[in-house]
Design a protein around this ligand. Structure first.
Ligand SMILES: NC(=O)c1ccc[n+]([C@@H]2O[C@H](COP(=O)([O-])OP(=O)(O)OC[C@H]3O[C@@H](n4cnc5c(N)ncnc54)[C@H](OP(=O)(O)O)[C@@H]3O)[C@@H](O)[C@H]2O)c1
Length: 443
């Protein structure tokens, strides 16, 4: 969480906060979803003459690596808003892998390039996830939104990496801010929503209290959310993690996930051992159906073993490919065990039904408010108004270190087919899974 610094003028604070696992690769000790901070700075929010708002935005006009493609653009926003729009001030904005892959030109959904904010060349605004405060509304607005309300983007492709935005009313969803921090609201839409939908929508019939699910990458942001939601809904979970550098750290991570509500936590080695299936049979005895749902964000042998662990008619949902290995499945599992293998893409769900997105987001925010859902641990990488363009670009670029990989096209195509995804490019996003969150906070 960013530290807040006293200032004589309104100060816009921005923090970039990648998780350590995403940013640094595998680390000893804590879980993969821990983030870290680098640097701090402050930003003046400037009012221009005649009520104009001075704003900044990270933009790109050509695809490329973030350090090469991103530019920091300064512009003015007129106080005369269109009647169906609102002026937003950014409070927190995540930088997810999908955002970075959009800049690289490898993401399935392509951005719109325009000169709307006065860039010299048509440019796109990256960033899909964030939280904004209503800075002003048109005088005659009957939207129900008032100055100070908090909103999140209704759909992906919003362009959240900017200090201010003029947004059409229908492009935002209001959230009740009471009891919540900008980081909690600004990071709710991707990982917690993914865990929620995968647990609720994919098992056939839907999971009931007492049912078991299994997941790899269990210490990831999605994994931690799944553990917590599963526990709240009465589901029981088997959680696979990678062992840490030493047994004490492995135990500490297991204990941490158990404290979140994990029923069982095993290392990849324990998971792949011969005895594992006997242990699962013992754990799930009497539950009916054995393990009914598997969540896979790793691929390779781990995914295969998830499939082998599922009971008859179980479902495996693949939503990531961290190990950069294809998912190869024994034929017998498909024929004799009647397993189902599906892919999940949050964007497809969220953009297809914004009412459902609002409902899911609000439900999770209620759980956070009630203290029933813990935040993913984060460490900020702050960024403020005086921060050099290069500092920002390098911070974004750095979030991919440790995960950047060149795929063999054939392998990717195979996986795309398996995941029923739109393109090889889309699948690359799943490999390049890194998250950097930035946060703009008014001190
Ligand atoms: N399809 C969608 O709509 C969607 C939505 C959200 C997220 N995702 C995907 O979900 C996955 C998790 O995202 P997140 O943001 O929650 O991740 P995260 O917090 O950064 O955690 C990454 C996880 O991956 C594990 N991992 C990294 N490299 C690995 C490898 N080679 N083999 C096995 N495990 C490895 C890490 O384990 P260690 O701690 O041991 O390194 C950690 O558990 C990503 O693949 C992301 O792209 C997809």
């Amino acid at each position: 969480m960013a530290t807040v610094r006293a200032a004589t003028a309104p100060v816009l604070r921005t923090s970039l906060r990648p998780s350590s696992a995403r940013y640094c690769g595998r680390i000893g000790g804590g879980g993969g979803a821990t983030s870290r901070m680098t640097g701090v700075a402050s930003v003046r929010w400037k009012s221009g003459p005649y009520g104009y708002t001075q704003a900044k935005a990270l933009v790109f006009s050509q695809y490329g690596e973030p350090k090469d493609a991103l530019k920091l653009h300064t512009h003015s926003i007129s106080p005369n808003l269109p009647s169906s729009s609102v002026l937003l001030r950014t409070l927190a904005a995540s930088i997810n892998p999908a955002d970075v892959n959009t800049i690289q030109g490898t993401y399935g959904a392509k951005p719109t390039f325009s000169s709307l904010i006065g860039t010299s060349e048509p440019s796109a605004l990256p960033g899909n996830e964030g939280v904004f405060e209503i800075a002003s509304t048109p005088p005659s607005s009957s939207s129900g939104l008032v100055k100070g309300d908090w909103v999140i983007p209704a759909k992906t492709g919003f362009g959240t990496w900017r200090t201010h935005a003029v947004a059409p009313l229908e492009s935002v969803i209001k959230v009740e801010k009471e009891g919540l921090s900008p980081i909690q609201v600004g990071t709710v839409s991707v990982n917690p929503c993914s865990a929620y939908r995968m647990l609720r929508d994919y098992a056939t019939p839907p999971l009931r209290e007492g049912d078991w699910f299994i997941q790899n990458g269990a210490n990831s942001g999605v994994g931690r959310a799944a553990i917590q939601l599963g526990r709240l809904w009465g589901y029981r979970s088997i959680n696979v993690i990678r062992a840490r550098e030493n047994p004490e750290d492995t135990k500490a991570l297991k204990d941490e996930l158990a404290a979140l509500g994990a029923d069982r936590v095993v290392t990849e080695e324990e998971f792949l051992a011969r005895e594992f299936r006997d242990a699962v049979a013992e754990w799930t005895r009497g539950s009916g159906g054995g393990v009914r749902l598997g969540l896979n964000c790793v691929g390779g042998k781990s995914a295969q073993n998830i499939a082998k662990t599922l009971g008859t008619s179980g479902t495996m949902v693949t939503y990531g490919g961290m190990a950069r290995q294809p998912v190869a499945l024994p034929t017998g599992l498909l024929i004799f065990k009647d397993l189902r293998f599906v892919g999940f893409w949050l964007s497809r769900w969220a953009d297809g039904d914004t009412t459902a997105k609002a409902r899911t987001v609000n439900e999770i925010l209620d759980l956070i408010r009630q203290g029933k859902f813990r935040d993913t641990p984060v460490v900020d990488v702050p960024w403020n108004w005086e921060t050099e363009e290069n500092t920002l670009k390098e911070a974004v670029q750095g979030t991919l270190e440790g995960f950047r990989a060149v795929l063999i096209e054939a392998e990717a195509s195979y996986l795309v087919h398996l995941f029923n995804m739109r393109s090889v490019a889309m699948f690359k996003e799943l490999y390049l899974t890194a998250l950097l969150a930035c946060e703009f906070m008014i001190a």
